[in-house]
Design a protein around this ligand. Structure first.
Ligand code: A3P
Length: 293
């Protein structure tokens, strides 16, 4: 199936091939995974899926959601908290990774509520979860100012492809990016808001998971503890995030997941023309959604 899809190799990034599956550009292995997810993924009513485009704050949201869900077993201050021993991405399965390597059977072994993450567009997640008022599952979605996402993407890719020019990444995104989400069972978070008022957004996250913080937890500083545990400063200093690879194939060290973590870094990288071009595409695509950046 994948070999029959329209494909192109990313300019500058030698050998990085994208193919177009159901209108979305993705790597070949993700396209194969997307087809397998649509065919075989059996959602449970209480599944929680952290969903994002790459470089929009996935690692942060994964850590916050995980820490919020396990807080009664592992309070954020616990010395043996999994986030002190593991990279956030090792704390939950990545759907594309599982399905691309035929390890989806692992999902059945997860305790309820199952927590997982994906970069797939919402339309590709089975309806039982993603449909408004659908099966009761939850999608926790994060979006980010597209120009900052472009800068973050470039910094990430150029670790694997040093010859990759920033302008090529901007071209790639302008030609192919699309963000999507719908209300209902989806909690829509924005990276910039999470930076500004993290505690308030973690409370929204917990409510959306059906696990609101109790008055005692508020008094005990659990919200603040989760925010601190999952901060860029704290996570990037932890041993499991300073060693090992996020992608052993591309030799991308885990450290590249934690860079500046700020809003507006695009101003340090983009020409006014690049910024105008992205702004006008985003304004056009988002016109009917009411979302502005
Ligand atoms: P920058 O490259 O702009 O610094 P993803 O996890 O989806 O790959 O997103 C990576 C971006 O999120 C990077 O942005 C990274 O620095 C930032 N990030 C990672 N962990 C973070 C955290 N705990 N708090 C805030 N930002 C974080």
């Amino acid at each position: 199936m994948v070999s029959s899809l329209p494909c192109h190799t990313v300019t500058g990034a030698s050998g990085f091939k994208l193919c177009c599956y159901q209108g979305f550009w993705m790597s070949e292995s993700w396209a194969a995974a997307a087809a397998a997810i649509q065919r075989c993924f059996e959602p449970h009513l209480d599944d929680v899926i952290v969903s994002s485009l790459p470089k929009c704050g996935t690692t942060w949201l994964v850590a916050l959601t995980f820490a919020t869900m396990v807080r009664r077993v592992y309070p954020p201050g616990a010395a043996d908290h999994p986030l002190r021993r593991l990279n956030p991405h090792q704390c939950l399965p990545f759907l594309e990774g599982l399905f691309a390597t035929r390890r989806e059977g692992k999902l059945e072994g997860l305790p309820s509520s199952r927590l997982m993450n994906t970069h797939m567009p919402l339309q590709m997640i089975p309806h039982a979860i993603a449909a408004p008022g659908g099966g009761g599952g939850r999608v926790i979605y994060i979006c980010r100012e597209p120009k900052d996402m472009a800068v973050s993407t470039w910094h990430y890719f150029r670790r694997a492809y040093p010859e990759q020019a920033f302008s090529d990444v901007v071209d790639l995104l302008c030609d192919g990016t699309m963000l999507a989400a719908s209300p209902g069972s989806v909690l829509f978070l924005r990276y910039e808001q999470l930076l500004l008022v993290p505690a308030e957004n973690v409370r929204r996250l917990a409510r959306s998971l059906g696990l609101p913080f109790s008055a005692d937890e508020e008094k005990d500083g659990i919200v603040r503890g989760i925010v601190e545990l999952c901060s860029l400063h704290s996570l990037s200093a932890m041993e499991p995030n300073r060693t090992g690879y996020v992608d052993p194939g591309l030799k991308l060290p885990r450290q590249v997941l934690f860079r500046k973590g700020m809003a507006g870094d695009w101003k340090n990288h983009m020409t006014p023309e690049m910024a105008r071009r992205m702004d006008s595409i985003v304004a056009d695509r988002f016109r009917t959604t009411g979302i502005t950046f």
